[in-house]
Design a protein around this ligand. Structure first.
Ligand code: SAM
Length: 324
Protein backbone atom coordinates (compact mmCIF):
# COMPACT_ATOMS: atom_id res chain seq x y z
CA UNK A 1 0.00 0.00 0.00
CA UNK A 2 1.26 3.46 -0.89
CA UNK A 3 1.57 5.88 1.99
CA UNK A 4 2.43 8.95 -0.14
CA UNK A 5 -0.41 11.49 -0.24
CA UNK A 6 0.26 14.65 -2.19
CA UNK A 7 -2.12 16.58 0.11
CA UNK A 8 0.74 16.77 2.66
CA UNK A 9 3.01 18.42 0.11
CA UNK A 10 0.67 20.55 -2.02
CA UNK A 11 2.07 24.01 -2.72
CA UNK A 12 5.61 23.21 -1.52
CA UNK A 13 8.67 24.54 -3.36
CA UNK A 14 8.71 21.48 -5.66
CA UNK A 15 5.10 22.17 -6.67
CA UNK A 16 5.98 25.82 -7.32
CA UNK A 17 8.76 24.73 -9.68
CA UNK A 18 6.83 21.97 -11.48
CA UNK A 19 3.59 23.93 -11.83
CA UNK A 20 5.39 27.08 -13.03
CA UNK A 21 7.07 24.94 -15.70
CA UNK A 22 3.77 23.19 -16.51
CA UNK A 23 1.87 26.45 -17.07
CA UNK A 24 4.72 27.92 -19.15
CA UNK A 25 4.89 24.82 -21.36
CA UNK A 26 1.13 24.63 -21.90
CA UNK A 27 0.80 28.32 -22.73
CA UNK A 28 3.15 27.74 -25.63
CA UNK A 29 1.96 24.28 -26.73
CA UNK A 30 -1.69 25.38 -26.82
CA UNK A 31 -1.03 28.24 -29.24
CA UNK A 32 -0.96 25.86 -32.21
CA UNK A 33 -4.08 24.99 -34.23
CA UNK A 34 -3.71 21.21 -33.92
CA UNK A 35 -5.24 19.43 -30.92
CA UNK A 36 -2.96 18.56 -28.00
CA UNK A 37 -3.29 15.46 -25.81
CA UNK A 38 -1.88 15.83 -22.30
CA UNK A 39 -1.01 12.75 -20.24
CA UNK A 40 -0.60 13.18 -16.48
CA UNK A 41 0.95 9.83 -15.52
CA UNK A 42 0.81 10.49 -11.74
CA UNK A 43 -2.19 12.74 -11.24
CA UNK A 44 -2.81 12.85 -7.46
CA UNK A 45 -6.17 14.03 -6.08
CA UNK A 46 -6.47 17.06 -8.36
CA UNK A 47 -7.40 19.74 -5.83
CA UNK A 48 -6.03 20.45 -2.35
CA UNK A 49 -6.99 22.64 0.63
CA UNK A 50 -4.13 24.66 2.04
CA UNK A 51 -6.16 25.21 5.21
CA UNK A 52 -7.03 21.51 5.56
CA UNK A 53 -5.65 18.97 8.04
CA UNK A 54 -3.10 17.48 5.64
CA UNK A 55 -1.56 20.76 4.56
CA UNK A 56 -1.57 22.20 8.08
CA UNK A 57 0.17 19.10 9.44
CA UNK A 58 3.11 19.44 7.08
CA UNK A 59 3.11 23.21 6.58
CA UNK A 60 5.09 22.70 3.36
CA UNK A 61 3.15 25.34 1.41
CA UNK A 62 4.38 27.92 3.96
CA UNK A 63 7.85 27.58 2.45
CA UNK A 64 6.56 27.35 -1.11
CA UNK A 65 3.47 28.89 -2.66
CA UNK A 66 2.43 30.84 0.47
CA UNK A 67 5.93 32.27 0.90
CA UNK A 68 5.80 33.60 -2.66
CA UNK A 69 2.34 35.10 -2.13
CA UNK A 70 3.31 36.77 1.16
CA UNK A 71 6.54 38.17 -0.23
CA UNK A 72 4.63 39.82 -3.07
CA UNK A 73 1.91 41.08 -0.73
CA UNK A 74 4.61 42.71 1.42
CA UNK A 75 5.92 44.43 -1.71
CA UNK A 76 9.63 44.18 -0.81
CA UNK A 77 11.51 46.39 -3.28
CA UNK A 78 13.98 44.85 -5.74
CA UNK A 79 17.63 44.89 -4.63
CA UNK A 80 19.38 43.86 -7.83
CA UNK A 81 18.83 44.50 -11.50
CA UNK A 82 21.26 41.97 -12.90
CA UNK A 83 20.53 40.47 -16.32
CA UNK A 84 19.12 36.92 -16.42
CA UNK A 85 21.70 34.26 -15.59
CA UNK A 86 21.77 30.51 -16.08
CA UNK A 87 22.94 29.76 -12.54
CA UNK A 88 22.83 31.77 -9.34
CA UNK A 89 22.59 31.60 -5.57
CA UNK A 90 20.57 33.41 -2.91
CA UNK A 91 23.55 34.66 -0.95
CA UNK A 92 26.48 33.22 -2.76
CA UNK A 93 29.46 34.21 -4.82
CA UNK A 94 27.53 35.11 -7.99
CA UNK A 95 25.22 37.90 -6.83
CA UNK A 96 22.18 38.03 -4.61
CA UNK A 97 19.17 37.69 -6.91
CA UNK A 98 16.59 40.41 -6.53
CA UNK A 99 13.41 39.75 -4.60
CA UNK A 100 10.62 40.41 -7.08
CA UNK A 101 7.77 42.84 -6.66
CA UNK A 102 4.45 42.55 -8.46
CA UNK A 103 5.79 45.07 -10.99
CA UNK A 104 8.88 43.12 -12.01
CA UNK A 105 7.63 39.58 -11.43
CA UNK A 106 8.78 37.16 -14.15
CA UNK A 107 5.90 36.43 -16.59
CA UNK A 108 6.08 32.67 -15.87
CA UNK A 109 5.60 33.30 -12.12
CA UNK A 110 2.81 35.76 -12.82
CA UNK A 111 1.04 33.15 -14.96
CA UNK A 112 1.50 30.50 -12.24
CA UNK A 113 0.14 32.78 -9.49
CA UNK A 114 -2.79 33.81 -11.68
CA UNK A 115 -3.54 30.14 -12.30
CA UNK A 116 -3.71 29.37 -8.55
CA UNK A 117 -5.66 32.58 -7.89
CA UNK A 118 -8.28 31.52 -10.45
CA UNK A 119 -9.30 28.69 -8.08
CA UNK A 120 -9.76 31.07 -5.12
CA UNK A 121 -11.87 34.03 -4.14
CA UNK A 122 -9.97 37.31 -4.41
CA UNK A 123 -7.33 37.57 -1.68
CA UNK A 124 -7.93 34.01 -0.44
CA UNK A 125 -5.40 31.19 -0.81
CA UNK A 126 -7.29 28.19 0.50
CA UNK A 127 -7.42 26.04 -2.61
CA UNK A 128 -4.33 24.75 -4.41
CA UNK A 129 -4.85 23.13 -7.83
CA UNK A 130 -2.88 20.01 -8.67
CA UNK A 131 -1.60 19.28 -12.15
CA UNK A 132 -4.92 17.82 -13.48
CA UNK A 133 -6.82 21.02 -12.73
CA UNK A 134 -4.04 23.30 -13.93
CA UNK A 135 -3.91 21.43 -17.24
CA UNK A 136 -7.68 21.22 -17.69
CA UNK A 137 -8.10 24.95 -17.09
CA UNK A 138 -5.80 25.78 -20.00
CA UNK A 139 -7.09 23.25 -22.56
CA UNK A 140 -9.18 24.25 -25.55
CA UNK A 141 -12.31 22.34 -26.65
CA UNK A 142 -10.41 20.11 -29.08
CA UNK A 143 -7.65 19.13 -26.60
CA UNK A 144 -7.72 16.02 -24.41
CA UNK A 145 -6.43 15.11 -20.95
CA UNK A 146 -5.73 11.59 -19.67
CA UNK A 147 -5.09 11.19 -15.95
CA UNK A 148 -3.52 8.13 -14.32
CA UNK A 149 -3.68 7.48 -10.57
CA UNK A 150 -3.50 4.27 -8.54
CA UNK A 151 -3.91 5.31 -4.90
CA UNK A 152 -7.31 3.90 -3.82
CA UNK A 153 -8.35 7.06 -1.97
CA UNK A 154 -6.83 9.65 -4.28
CA UNK A 155 -8.34 8.06 -7.40
CA UNK A 156 -11.81 8.43 -5.86
CA UNK A 157 -11.16 12.04 -4.86
CA UNK A 158 -9.73 12.77 -8.30
CA UNK A 159 -12.71 11.20 -10.09
CA UNK A 160 -15.16 13.15 -7.90
CA UNK A 161 -13.29 16.42 -8.40
CA UNK A 162 -13.09 15.94 -12.17
CA UNK A 163 -16.78 14.95 -12.38
CA UNK A 164 -17.69 18.42 -11.06
CA UNK A 165 -16.04 19.99 -14.09
CA UNK A 166 -18.57 18.27 -16.39
CA UNK A 167 -15.79 18.10 -18.97
CA UNK A 168 -17.28 14.99 -20.61
CA UNK A 169 -14.97 13.06 -22.91
CA UNK A 170 -12.28 15.73 -22.79
CA UNK A 171 -10.89 14.34 -19.51
CA UNK A 172 -10.39 10.63 -18.78
CA UNK A 173 -9.59 9.44 -15.24
CA UNK A 174 -7.85 6.07 -15.38
CA UNK A 175 -7.16 3.84 -12.39
CA UNK A 176 -4.02 2.47 -14.02
CA UNK A 177 -0.27 2.45 -13.59
CA UNK A 178 0.79 5.58 -15.46
CA UNK A 179 4.17 4.16 -16.53
CA UNK A 180 2.42 1.28 -18.31
CA UNK A 181 -0.92 2.84 -19.19
CA UNK A 182 0.56 5.53 -21.39
CA UNK A 183 1.95 3.00 -23.87
CA UNK A 184 -1.37 2.30 -25.57
CA UNK A 185 -1.99 6.01 -26.24
CA UNK A 186 1.26 6.83 -28.06
CA UNK A 187 1.35 8.23 -30.66
CA UNK A 188 -1.86 10.26 -30.08
CA UNK A 189 -4.26 10.86 -33.02
CA UNK A 190 -3.19 14.42 -33.86
CA UNK A 191 0.46 13.60 -33.12
CA UNK A 192 0.85 16.35 -30.55
CA UNK A 193 1.26 15.49 -26.87
CA UNK A 194 2.67 16.59 -23.53
CA UNK A 195 3.53 13.79 -21.12
CA UNK A 196 3.79 15.15 -17.57
CA UNK A 197 5.40 12.59 -15.26
CA UNK A 198 5.44 13.42 -11.56
CA UNK A 199 5.98 10.25 -9.48
CA UNK A 200 6.27 10.29 -5.71
CA UNK A 201 9.45 8.11 -5.90
CA UNK A 202 8.13 6.35 -2.82
CA UNK A 203 9.24 3.11 -4.42
CA UNK A 204 12.94 3.05 -5.35
CA UNK A 205 12.05 1.37 -8.64
CA UNK A 206 10.28 4.58 -9.76
CA UNK A 207 13.69 6.09 -10.59
CA UNK A 208 14.26 3.32 -13.12
CA UNK A 209 10.68 3.23 -14.34
CA UNK A 210 10.67 6.94 -15.21
CA UNK A 211 13.65 6.49 -17.48
CA UNK A 212 12.25 3.27 -18.99
CA UNK A 213 8.90 4.98 -19.67
CA UNK A 214 10.57 7.90 -21.48
CA UNK A 215 12.85 5.52 -23.45
CA UNK A 216 9.86 3.44 -24.57
CA UNK A 217 7.73 6.53 -25.32
CA UNK A 218 10.44 8.07 -27.51
CA UNK A 219 10.45 4.95 -29.68
CA UNK A 220 6.67 5.23 -30.08
CA UNK A 221 6.46 9.00 -30.45
CA UNK A 222 9.75 10.86 -30.72
CA UNK A 223 8.29 14.35 -31.21
CA UNK A 224 6.20 14.46 -28.01
CA UNK A 225 7.14 16.76 -25.16
CA UNK A 226 8.14 14.75 -22.06
CA UNK A 227 8.40 16.56 -18.72
CA UNK A 228 9.70 14.66 -15.67
CA UNK A 229 9.90 15.98 -12.12
CA UNK A 230 12.63 14.48 -9.91
CA UNK A 231 13.88 15.09 -6.36
CA UNK A 232 17.47 16.21 -5.81
CA UNK A 233 18.52 14.24 -2.76
CA UNK A 234 21.72 12.47 -1.76
CA UNK A 235 20.82 9.16 -3.45
CA UNK A 236 22.64 7.89 -6.55
CA UNK A 237 19.44 6.77 -8.26
CA UNK A 238 18.01 10.31 -7.95
CA UNK A 239 21.16 11.85 -9.49
CA UNK A 240 20.91 9.31 -12.30
CA UNK A 241 17.47 10.50 -13.50
CA UNK A 242 18.54 13.73 -15.29
CA UNK A 243 21.80 12.13 -16.46
CA UNK A 244 19.98 9.18 -18.05
CA UNK A 245 17.24 11.37 -19.55
CA UNK A 246 19.88 13.59 -21.13
CA UNK A 247 21.53 10.52 -22.67
CA UNK A 248 18.16 9.34 -24.03
CA UNK A 249 17.41 12.75 -25.56
CA UNK A 250 20.85 13.06 -27.09
CA UNK A 251 20.75 9.54 -28.57
CA UNK A 252 17.30 10.24 -30.04
CA UNK A 253 18.53 13.56 -31.47
CA UNK A 254 15.95 15.52 -29.46
CA UNK A 255 16.37 18.84 -27.65
CA UNK A 256 16.25 18.91 -23.84
CA UNK A 257 16.11 21.32 -20.91
CA UNK A 258 16.98 20.68 -17.27
CA UNK A 259 15.86 23.21 -14.65
CA UNK A 260 16.66 22.86 -10.94
CA UNK A 261 15.68 24.78 -7.83
CA UNK A 262 17.53 24.33 -4.53
CA UNK A 263 16.10 26.06 -1.48
CA UNK A 264 18.44 24.83 1.25
CA UNK A 265 21.34 22.65 2.33
CA UNK A 266 20.80 18.94 1.79
CA UNK A 267 23.00 17.81 4.70
CA UNK A 268 21.48 16.35 7.85
CA UNK A 269 21.78 18.93 10.62
CA UNK A 270 22.09 18.42 14.39
CA UNK A 271 20.26 20.66 16.84
CA UNK A 272 21.78 21.92 20.12
CA UNK A 273 20.87 18.68 21.89
CA UNK A 274 22.75 16.72 19.21
CA UNK A 275 19.58 15.26 17.68
CA UNK A 276 19.76 14.90 13.92
CA UNK A 277 17.09 16.92 12.11
CA UNK A 278 15.73 15.72 8.80
CA UNK A 279 16.08 18.67 6.42
CA UNK A 280 13.05 17.81 4.26
CA UNK A 281 13.29 18.03 0.48
CA UNK A 282 16.09 20.52 -0.29
CA UNK A 283 15.83 20.68 -4.09
CA UNK A 284 14.17 19.31 -7.18
CA UNK A 285 14.35 19.48 -10.93
CA UNK A 286 12.29 19.31 -14.10
CA UNK A 287 13.80 17.55 -17.11
CA UNK A 288 12.02 18.21 -20.39
CA UNK A 289 12.61 16.53 -23.75
CA UNK A 290 11.43 18.52 -26.79
CA UNK A 291 10.75 21.62 -24.63
CA UNK A 292 8.94 24.62 -26.11
CA UNK A 293 11.61 26.97 -27.49
CA UNK A 294 10.31 29.74 -25.19
CA UNK A 295 10.86 27.79 -21.97
CA UNK A 296 14.55 28.44 -21.37
CA UNK A 297 14.24 32.23 -21.45
CA UNK A 298 11.08 32.10 -19.33
CA UNK A 299 12.82 30.05 -16.60
CA UNK A 300 15.98 32.14 -16.69
CA UNK A 301 13.81 35.04 -15.56
CA UNK A 302 11.65 33.10 -13.10
CA UNK A 303 14.15 30.90 -11.26
CA UNK A 304 16.41 33.64 -9.83
CA UNK A 305 13.27 35.22 -8.39
CA UNK A 306 12.24 31.90 -6.85
CA UNK A 307 15.71 31.54 -5.30
CA UNK A 308 15.41 35.03 -3.84
CA UNK A 309 12.01 34.32 -2.29
CA UNK A 310 12.09 30.60 -1.46
CA UNK A 311 15.79 30.27 -0.61
CA UNK A 312 16.24 29.32 3.05
CA UNK A 313 20.03 29.51 3.36
CA UNK A 314 23.19 30.28 1.41
CA UNK A 315 22.89 26.97 -0.48
CA UNK A 316 19.81 28.19 -2.36
CA UNK A 317 20.47 28.20 -6.07
CA UNK A 318 19.04 27.36 -9.50
CA UNK A 319 20.20 26.13 -12.86
CA UNK A 320 18.79 26.10 -16.38
CA UNK A 321 20.72 23.92 -18.82
CA UNK A 322 19.62 23.02 -22.31
CA UNK A 323 20.96 21.20 -25.33
CA UNK A 324 20.15 19.39 -28.52
N1 SAM B 1 1.08 15.45 -10.36
C1 SAM B 1 0.36 15.82 -9.15
C2 SAM B 1 0.30 17.33 -9.08
O1 SAM B 1 1.20 18.00 -9.59
O2 SAM B 1 -0.67 17.85 -8.51
C3 SAM B 1 0.97 15.23 -7.92
C4 SAM B 1 1.29 13.77 -8.04
S1 SAM B 1 2.01 13.03 -6.63
C5 SAM B 1 3.62 13.70 -6.59
C6 SAM B 1 2.26 11.39 -7.21
C7 SAM B 1 0.98 10.59 -7.33
O3 SAM B 1 1.26 9.42 -8.09
C8 SAM B 1 0.41 10.10 -6.01
O4 SAM B 1 -0.92 10.51 -5.90
C9 SAM B 1 0.50 8.56 -6.09
O5 SAM B 1 -0.60 7.91 -5.47
C10 SAM B 1 0.48 8.35 -7.58
N2 SAM B 1 1.14 7.11 -8.07
C11 SAM B 1 2.17 6.43 -7.53
N3 SAM B 1 2.57 5.44 -8.35
C12 SAM B 1 1.79 5.52 -9.48
C13 SAM B 1 1.75 4.81 -10.71
N4 SAM B 1 2.61 3.81 -10.97
N5 SAM B 1 0.83 5.18 -11.63
C14 SAM B 1 -0.03 6.22 -11.40
N6 SAM B 1 -0.03 6.93 -10.24
C15 SAM B 1 0.87 6.59 -9.29
Amino acid sequence: MFSYRHAFHAGNHADVLKHTVLVAMLQHLLQKDTALTVFDTHAGAGLYRLDGDYAETSGEAANGFMRLVKELENGTPATSTEAPATKGSAAGKVKTPAKPTLDDLAPALKAYLEMVASFNNKGSHKVYPGSPFIIQRLLGDRDKLKLFEIHPTDIKTLAANIAQLEAGRQVAVLREDGFEGIKKFLPPPARRALVFCDPSYEIKNDYLRVVAMVADSLTRFATGTYAVWYPIIPRPEAHDVPRKLKTLATKAGRSWLNATLTVKNSKLLSDEAGDVKRPGLPASGMFIINPPHTLKAALQLALPQLVAVLGQDQHATFSVDAGG
